[in-house]
Write a protein that binds this ligand. Structure first.
Ligand code: NAD
Length: 465
């Protein structure tokens, strides 16, 4: 009898399994494929590998000259880039395998189905086995959404296949200008593809402050991405060499011929055939219903990560996994869902947490705002990375930081520093008293908090109301 059986070995499942073993619980982690889930095998890690490789290519062609470095005859070896990516994946999945062994987590290969509160059926190579357990954690993740009128095939692909093209397509249409759409567009446009993004909404990155999303839009257009908002894909027609995409913007129809279509219109929870009918409740978004602590209607069955409410992010899944295991063990662990950081790994990166100015206005909250452009940062200027800005908002009553948005170099790392302050109740004034090393791009966060109080040194402060 296991203490915990975990279904899925992605960043939700494997992290939960390791913590359970650390706490001395008998734990098994089941997966039908390689350990590591979407993140390590076909998502976060391979995409970051290609984002980094393609950025080096882009810089070689577009930035080195500015630094006085003339580079002739740049040659792209896509096979090598792809095999490097596979090596990175292998190193990480081997690492998780080794951690499972050293922590004594049982890795169980096969397809799992929950029969009842205490029994999980495992099917592997036509063999069926029933495992008994005190608790079950579902961490089965999500799959890309396929559009009704545009079915996946060799040339119309999801995010997984778009990381495996064997040559650089001349022209690509990406459907959806969200997180995946922007990251994959960046990879292929930096390697030489002409990329058009067709986005259904009439607003670009609506979760961000409007001023920042306008900066991002302009910067990406400068990098060569063509982003068409308010557009609807009506039809695709393929012949042997190309795909004709018919789309409309405000009733007007357009046509575009491309080699590949990447569909990045969101992901859906993976719950198919996972449990006996009626055992668990599924909401109208297809997600397993859970409480604030990821507990389902069956008290010893828990669900974490992409299969439940909240953002589909690896670190959110991992934190939920840790919380659930610690609660099973008897601790009172909880998670602050208002403080989950988000990052889009474009160049520059886009990172945000908490609320933005518009959201605070809608809530009728009395707030202060401070922002600082990278153009005024000595370090950003020295490295030639001056696009973007940092914006911080705080509560006007108690000065607690309520949200941070960063578009610029090392945005993910800068955001994390602000989030540590938020998590520990440090006020904007408190953060602005911290000594930041000079010259660093992190100083933009310091200056944004100073600007909030009319005290920024390296820009003209806004006049106080
Ligand atoms: P997303 O929700 O970020 O973006 C999907 C976009 O597609 C939206 O802008 C939406 O308006 C648009 N869209 C939907 N239907 C459309 C249609 N028919 N035509 C044109 N546009 C359409 O989803 P995603 O980019 O597919 O990512 C899926 C999930 O994975 C997200 O929750 C994301 O946060 C997560 N993810 C995160 C990271 C990261 O943290 N860097 C990386 C990859 C994926």
């Amino acid at each position: 009898m296991y203490d915990i059986l975990i279904i899925g070995s992605g960043p939700g499942g494997y992290v939960a399994a390791i913590r359970a073993a650390q706490l001395g619980l008998r734990v098994g982690c089941i997966d039908k494929s390689e350990v590591g889930g979407t993140c390590l095998n076909v998502g976060c890690i391979p995409s970051k590998s290609l984002l980094d490789s393609s950025l080096k290519h882009y810089h070689l062609l577009n930035q080195f000259e500015d630094h006085g470095l003339h580079v002739d005859g740049v040659q792209l070896d896509l096979d090598k880039m792809m095999s490097r990516k596979q090596d990175v994946i292998k190193q990480l999945t081997n690492g998780v395998d080794a951690l499972f062994k050293s922590n004594k987590v049982d890795f169980i290969s096969g397809i799992a189905k929950i029969k009842n509160r205490n029994e999980v059926e495992i099917i592997q190579d036509s063999k069926t086995e029933i495992l008994e357990t005190q608790n079950i954690i579902i961490a089965t993740g999500s799959n890309p959404i396929e559009l009704e009128n545009i079915k996946f095939d060799e040339n119309i692909v999801d995010s997984e296949k778009a990381l495996k093209f064997d040559r650089v397509p001349k022209k690509i249409v990406v459907i959806g200008a969200g997180v995946i759409g922007l990251e994959l567009s960046s990879v292929w446009s930096r390697l030489g593809s002409s990329v058009t993004l067709l986005e259904a909404q009439n607003e670009f990155l609506p979760m961000l402050d409007k001023r920042i999303s306008r900066q991002i839009f302009r910067e990406f257009e400068n990098q060569g991405l063509k982003i068409l908002l308010d557009s609807k894909v009506l039809e695709v027609q393929q012949d042997s060499s190309e795909i004709e995409v018919t789309y409309s913007i405000k009733e007007e129809e357009f046509k575009l011929k491309v080699e590949k279509i990447i569909v990045a219109v969101g992901r859906k929870a993976h719950t198919k055939d996972l449990f006996e009918d009626g055992l668990l409740e599924i909401d109208n978004h297809g997600l397993i219903t859970v409480d604030n602590f990821c507990q389902t209607s069956e008290k010893n069955i828990w669900a974490i990560g992409d299969v439940v409410r909240g953002p589909m992010l690896a670190h959110k899944a991992s934190e939920e996994g840790l919380m659930v295991v610690e609660r099973i063990f008897g601790k009172d662990t909880s998670l602050n869902y208002d403080h989950i950081p988000n990052v889009i790994y474009t160049h520059p990166e886009i990172a945000w947490v908490g609320l933005n100015e518009q959201q605070l206005k809608e809530k009728g909250k009395d707030y202060k705002v401070g922002s600082f452009p990278f153009l005024a940062s000595g370090r950003a200027l020295a490295s030639g990375e001056t696009a973007g800005s940092v914006q911080v908002v705080s509560d006007n009553d108690n000065d607690k930081i309520l949200g941070i948005q960063v578009f610029g170099p090392s945005a993910s790392e800068i955001l994390q520093q602000g989030l540590i302050a938020m998590d520990n109740g440090v006020t904007s004034k408190g953060l602005s008293k911290t000594i930041f090393s000079h010259p660093t791009v992190s100083e933009t966060l310091l200056e944004a908090t100073l600007a909030m109080n009319g005290e920024a040194i390296h820009i003209q402060n806004r006049k106080k109301k």
